[in-house]
Structures are given as structure tokens and as C-alpha cells.
Design a binder for this molecule. Structure first.
Ligand code: A3P
Length: 326
């Protein structure tokens, strides 16, 4: 396939990209198009960028890791498929949300073909997926494929307080101590501080989607994890309206929104057998996606002075004048 070889040419050049220590400590991060991409994922990102054809009805969920991606996937899947499934027969009972809403760069554009000792990515056939197709990505807005930007497909972005993102990432990255190279949280925070976090810098990631949501509110819905925790029902209604699946008055009075919110709560999902034992990728156990799910857990891990320093750097230096603050 000619396409694969084109991609491969680019991959060869990519071995020259600047590198830093990785998210899980195992794989490095490479600075690609201004963001720190897990090095092994760079070929997938290139293939996604080159070959993905968005449809107008597609819904793409975007986030920086550990911002509430799994939760958002469960909610959007439930909203869009509520005519087919109820909480008693939803596929969420037997599948992790990441299986129902696959990552474009980690899962779909991840099948490597070996050619001349290096890897090229096979282009997947996504044409048979029923509409609306639900996908997800961690890459920042500027690096999305042109067809995503130029079609009418919708993007739902979720962000979270950076202190909680740091703490959640730390737990995710160190839970398997046999695989993790991270032993020192200060070093981890320092990397975040320099912007060297997976798909970071954090501030560039959130700003890219924030700006787009202001410029094209019909294209990008910008959500905050904290708002979702505070009033899940209100945010679920907002998401449903945005993706074109508004709840009817009957549904609202019949408790459908509340049922979906409860079904997708951390406790419900975490207690399911599939999320206690399964894996959705070889190195990623389903249970690692469900921890405390709170707001402000950083107080248990970061000193008040360090937290203040991080937040003021983010707000006063990086997000200044954008209208977005944490
Ligand atoms: P904590 O580590 O702070 O508990 P992501 O899905 O982007 O990888 O983010 C994972 C974070 O979201 C984890 O945060 C996890 O506990 C939390 N989370 C997962 N499912 C959730 C849900 N249904 N409701 C609220 N938070 C959830």
C-alpha cells in the first residue's frame, strides 16, 4: 500500500525529534508539532492525520489524559444510543468505555505493518461504523486532521484542574511499579511545569480547544470536569443538545437524564466486573481508569505553596487574557 510507505518516510524523519521521559516511564515522549507525543504513538498520529476522513455526523471526544475521558465516553455513548439501550442492557455493562468509543491514535490507527525493519501503520476501514461514529483523541486541536476541522463533525472537549491532572497522571503512571520509571513525584511535577507531559504542554492543549470553542461554538463544546461533578445532569443535557440528541420533556420528566448520569458515575462503572478485571489494550488495565474521581485530591499530594506556584504559572503566565482560568 503506497500510503503506508508515505507514512513510513515521515516516521524515519521522526526518529530525529527531541525526546523526554515518558508518561508511563516506559516509552519516551517526542516533541511532534509542538506537543509531547508518546514516541510509539507518533506513527499512529501521522497515519490518523493523513488518512482519517471525518463525516459530518461524527462526534469526536477530545481531552488531555486524566481529565475525565473515560467518564465522557460513557456519557456520550449513553446519550447517543439511548433509543437502543437502557441502563439494564447497555453495552457499558460488559465493555469498558474505551472499547465503545475508541481512541483514533491509540486504537484505530495502531495496527502496524512491518516493512524494511520499521513500522508503518495500516489504514483502518472505518466506513462500516454506523452513524454517528464516536471516536476519541488526545491530540491538541491544531494537529487534528484537516477533515476534522473542515467537516461539520462535532468535538466535545473535557478539561480538568491541572493539579488534579498531575495527581491523577502520577497515580496512573506509577500504579504498576514494575513498569514505571517514576519514583519521584517532584520530578514528575517538574516535567509538567516545563510542559513535558503527555500531549502537553497542558496550557497549549486546553487553550487550543478553548479558543476554538469561543470562535466556533457549534463545532467545539468545552467542558470542565469540575462542572460535571457539581451538576452532572445539567452538563449531560448540555452535551446532548450539542451533539444533536436533545432530551425531550418526557425523557427529562421520566428520569432518563438522571439514569444515564447514575449509570455513568464512577461508582457504577468501577463496580462492574469488566472494569475490575479486563484490559482494553495490552498494557492498560480497565481498573486503572477508575480511581477516586474527585475534585481537589491534589491537597493530599502537593504542598500548598507548590500548588499555588503551578496555578499562578498556568493562570497568570500561560492563560493570561484568554478568559480561561483554573
Ligand atoms: P482520579 O485519578 O483523580 O481518580 P481519564 O479518563 O481521562 O483517563 O481520567 C481518569 C480520571 O477520571 C481518574 O481521576 C478517574 O478516577 C476519573 N474517572 C473515571 N471515571 C469517572 C467517572 N465515571 N466519573 C468521575 N470521574 C471518573
Amino acid at each position: 500500500n503506497e500510503n503506508e510507505f508515505d507514512d513510513q518516510q515521515k516516521v524515519v524523519v521522526l526518529s530525529q525529534l527531541p525526546k523526554t521521559k515518558g508518561f508511563l516511564g516506559l516509552s519516551s515522549l517526542s516533541l511532534y508539532q509542538g506537543f509531547w507525543c508518546p514516541s510509539k504513538i507518533v506513527p499512529n498520529v501521522i497515519s490518523f492525520q493523513t488518512h482519517f476522513q471525518a463525516h459530518d455526523q461524527d462526534i469526536i471526544l477530545a481531552s488531555k489524559p486524566k481529565s475525565g475521558t473515560t467518564w465522557l465516553k460513557a456519557l456520550v455513548f449513553s446519550i447517543v444510543n439511548r433509543a437502543r439501550y437502557t441502563p439494564s442492557n447497555t453495552p457499558l455493562l460488559i465493555s469498558n468505555p474505551h472499547q465503545l468509543v475508541p481512541f483514533l491514535e491509540f486504537t484505530l490507527f495502531a495496527d502496524h505493518a512491518i516493512h524494511k525493519n520499521s513500522a508503518a501503520v495500516k489504514v483502518p476501514d472505518l466506513s462500516g461504523i454506523p452513524s454517528p461514529r464516536l471516536f476519541s483523541t488526545h491530540i491538541p486541536y491544531p494537529s487534528l486532521p484537516e477533515s476534522v476541522k473542515n467537516s461539520k463533525c462535532r468535538i466535545v472537549y473535557i478539561c480538568r484542574n491541572p493539579l488534579d491532572v498531575i495527581v491523577s497522571s502520577w497515580h496512573f503512571g506509577t500504579q504498576d511499579r514494575t513498569r514505571s520509571q517514576w519514583t519521584n513525584m517532584e520530578e514528575y511535577v517538574d516535567k509538567f511545569w516545563k510542559g513535558e507531559a503527555a500531549f502537553g504542554p497542558f496550557w497549549d492543549h486546553v487553550l487550543s480547544y478553548w479558543r476554538e470553542s469561543l470562535e466556533k461554538p457549534e463545532k467545539v463544546l468545552f467542558l470542565r470536569y469540575e462542572d460535571m461533578k457539581e451538576d452532572t445532569v445539567a452538563q449531560v443535557k448540555r452535551i446532548a443538545e450539542f451533539v444533536g440528541f436533545r432530551f425531550s420533556d418526557e425523557e427529562e420528566s421520566g428520569g432518563v437524564v438522571r439514569q444515564i448520569s447514575e449509570m455513568c458515575s464512577l461508582k457504577s462503572l468501577k463496580d462492574l466486573e469488566v472494569n475490575k478485571t479486563g484490559k482494553f489494550m495490552p498494557n492498560f488495565e480497565n481498573k486503572s481508569y477508575f480511581r477516586k474521581g474527585g475534585v481537589g485530591d491534589w491537597v493530599n499530594h502537593l504542598s500548598a505553596s507548590l500548588a499555588k506556584r503551578i496555578i499562578s504559572k498556568v493562570n497568570e503566565e500561560k492563560l493570561k487574557g484568554s478568559g480561561l482560568t483554573f
